[in-house]
Design a protein around this ligand. Structure first.
Ligand code: ZN
Length: 190
């Protein structure tokens, strides 16, 4: 990845090119600050590439006797689809079955955020969240369910307007044990 200033400068130049290509004048008053604003916006929305997947969980794992399912539901996320670079937004529900250790509550949204701030497809993002949690917390199982609406489908054509996509990734007990999976689904409302 390019250094900060070079990165923002490159995006800025690209946005100016897009403006000229669609017949705009990037120097007119209303657009003068647009390339730099858009560059900083992409830098923020795509900041997840620089994030360290392990960092969110540093000092956040606790030994625990608790061995029932932990469900964190209704975590809002915003990402950009890699096919059109348009937003898709929705809700993530994450559950795991602890095996001796549990993770601080605020850490799961940070993992989601790290993967959301990249160019994504929802299916891959769902799997990445499940696998990261599984690797770092070493639970007996992980279940992740994401429901999102994709701007690229909702702004084009009437048929898919208002539709949502749900993806899931089930690992360990959540994959092999039907009642564990059903317990997760009973906790979440998509
Ligand atoms: Zn798309």
């Amino acid at each position: 990845m390019l250094a900060n200033e070079t990165r923002i400068g490159s995006i800025q130049a690209a946005v100016s090119s897009i403006l000229r290509a669609v017949g705009e004048n990037p120097d007119r008053e209303g657009l003068i600050g647009t390339p730099s604003r858009v560059a900083r916006m992409y830098d923020e929305l795509l900041g997840g590439y620089a994030a360290d997947p392990v960092a969110p969980l540093n000092n956040a794992l606790f030994d625990a006797e608790y061995d029932e399912m932990v469900v964190v539901s209704g975590i809002e996320f915003h990402s950009l689809c890699e096919h059109h670079m348009l937003p898709f937004s929705g809700v993530a529900n994450v559950a795991y079955l602890p095996d001796r250790q549990i993770v601080g509550l605020s850490k799961i949204p940070r993992i989601i955020d790290m993967y959301a701030r990249r160019l994504q497809i929802q299916e891959r993002m769902t799997k990445q969240i499940a696998e990261t949690l599984s690797t770092l917390v070493e639970p007996l199982g992980v279940g992740v369910v994401l429901t999102a609406s994709h701007m690229c489908s909702s702004i084009r054509g009437v048929r898919t307007r208002g539709s949502k996509m749900t993806t899931s990734s089930m690992l360990g007990e959540f994959r092999t044990n039907r009642s564990t999976r059903e317990e997760l689904l009973s906790h979440i409302r998509c």
